[in-house]
Design a protein around this ligand. Structure first.
Ligand SMILES: NC(=O)c1ccc[n+]([C@@H]2O[C@H](COP(=O)([O-])OP(=O)(O)OC[C@H]3O[C@@H](n4cnc5c(N)ncnc54)[C@H](O)[C@@H]3O)[C@@H](O)[C@H]2O)c1
Ligand SMILES: O=c1ccn([C@@H]2O[C@H](COP(=O)(O)OP(=O)(O)O[C@H]3O[C@H](CO)[C@@H](O)[C@H](O)[C@H]3O)[C@@H](O)[C@H]2O)c(=O)[nH]1
Length: 328
């Protein structure tokens, strides 16, 4: 039996592939390399370059490799881009996920782990936000993910597909062994951008909005180390294999940092005082979003190991330095 990882050449997916290979699993990666990288997939995993919307290909992979579980990371992930081109997001994130779920059901796949997002909550009325709190996405990106959550729950009710939906908060950092990291081109994520500024790859960083109702006026987020997030996926697979019930779980640490706190941390850990400009708000940003994260610990037995902003930033810096030597 093998595990199919879609988006396994991407940032988070490649960390998952390494973890599965480390655990002795047989892994097939399906990735169209639109934002992922061939080098990010370890040689022990089979890389198939193709589209999650190609049902014939996905069905063939499920049959040929005896796929027992699908971990579905592949998606388009830039929130403002989803506002400008919503139908592309509904195709890649919603329609292609519908096709993946259909292939899973038809092909007799037992388990499905899905990458959802804190963006399904929109601007939450209270933080920390819990899984049963109101869902009100503020972007097509968030809506595209929420629609997939709904399809998965309905497919489970009708066809018995086991699933775990993980709602990621802000993912950052890199593999502590530096085998992979965030290599995304033109990244928009705060820690990645700040690290690039610290290493001289950007002239400055803009702080989007300083008048939010938060302690220092900048947005607050719950930054989770990518390796802890991947551990939650491994725990989710174990849960499903041992007959655990379907679950929807937040993945965060339950504490927030402001944009200015993150930038100060990057400056301190890197030892570089880069230029910071105060800029207007970025449309669609919630003021503060922090996870209520007890449920993942209770249901999956998830135990984070890297819950420390300095460590997250140090690993992101180390990966960025390594990337600089890789001549991509
Ligand atoms: N990075 C975050 O902070 C964050 C937060 C919440 C949720 N997520 C979710 O995590 C998942 C992974 O995100 P990431 O940060 O690793 O992004 P990423 O862009 O690095 O990875 C996405 C991967 O999917 C591939 N892909 C995209 N569309 C495809 C398609 N149609 N067929 C095959 N492959 C396709 C890309 O080539 C890439 O390798 C996404 O589902 C994203 O929505 C990420
Ligand atoms: O150059 C920058 C980049 C970001 N920010 C701010 O930093 C915060 C975090 O932004 P970012 O790192 O882009 O993450 P989010 O917009 O919070 O969204 C991320 O986290 C979501 C879950 O919360 C995921 O769904 C998304 O895919 C992922 O992009 C926000 O207030 C941004 O306005 C800046 O001020 N300057």
């Amino acid at each position: 039996m093998s595990i199919l990882v879609t988006g396994g050449a991407g940032y988070i997916g490649s960390h998952m592939v390494h973890a599965l290979v480390d655990a002795g699993e047989r892994v097939v990666v399906l990735d169209d390399l639109s934002t992922g990288f061939r080098f990010a997939v370890p040689p022990e995993a089979a890389l198939v370059v193709g589209d999650t919307g190609d049902a014939a290909l996905v069905s063939r992979l499920i049959a040929e490799h005896g796929i027992e579980a699908i971990v579905h990371f592949a998606a388009s992930i830039v929130v403002p881009e989803s506002v400008a081109d919503p139908l592309r997001y509904y195709r890649n994130n919603t329609a292609n996920s519908r096709s993946m779920i259909d292939c899973a059901v038809t092909g007799g796949v037992k388990h499905f782990v899905f990458s959802s997002t804190a963006a399904v909550y929109g601007n939450p009325a209270r933080v920390p936000v819990a899984e049963d709190d109101p869902l009100a996405p503020m972007s097509p990106y968030g809506s595209s993910k929420l629609m997939t959550e709904i399809m998965l729950r309905d497919a489970t009710a009708a066809h018995g597909l086991g699933h775990v939906i993980l709602r990621y908060f802000n993912v950052a950092g890199a593999d502590p062994l530096m085998r992979t990291g965030q290599s995304t081109r033109n990244a928009t994520h705060l820690i990645k951008v700040a690290v690039e500024a610290a290493l001289g790859l950007r002239g400055k960083i803009d702080v989007f909005g300083t008048d939010y109702p938060t302690p220092d006026g900048t947005c607050v987020r719950d930054y989770i180390h990518v390796s802890d997030l991947v551990a939650a996926h491994a725990d989710a697979l174990r849960h499903l294999r041992s007959g655990g019930a379907p679950a929807t779980l937040n993945c965060g640490y339950g504490r927030g940092f402001s944009v200015l706190e993150v930038i100060e941390t990057v400056k301190r850990v890197s030892g570089v005082d880069f230029r910071v400009d105060l800029a207007p708000r970025r449309p669609g940003d919630p003021a503060a979003i922090v996870a209520a994260c007890d449920r993942a610990r209770e249901i999956l037995g998830w135990q984070p190991r890297w819950d420390d902003l300095d460590t997250i930033v140090r690993h992101a810096l180390d990966w960025q330095r390594k990337l600089g030597t890789m001549n991509l």
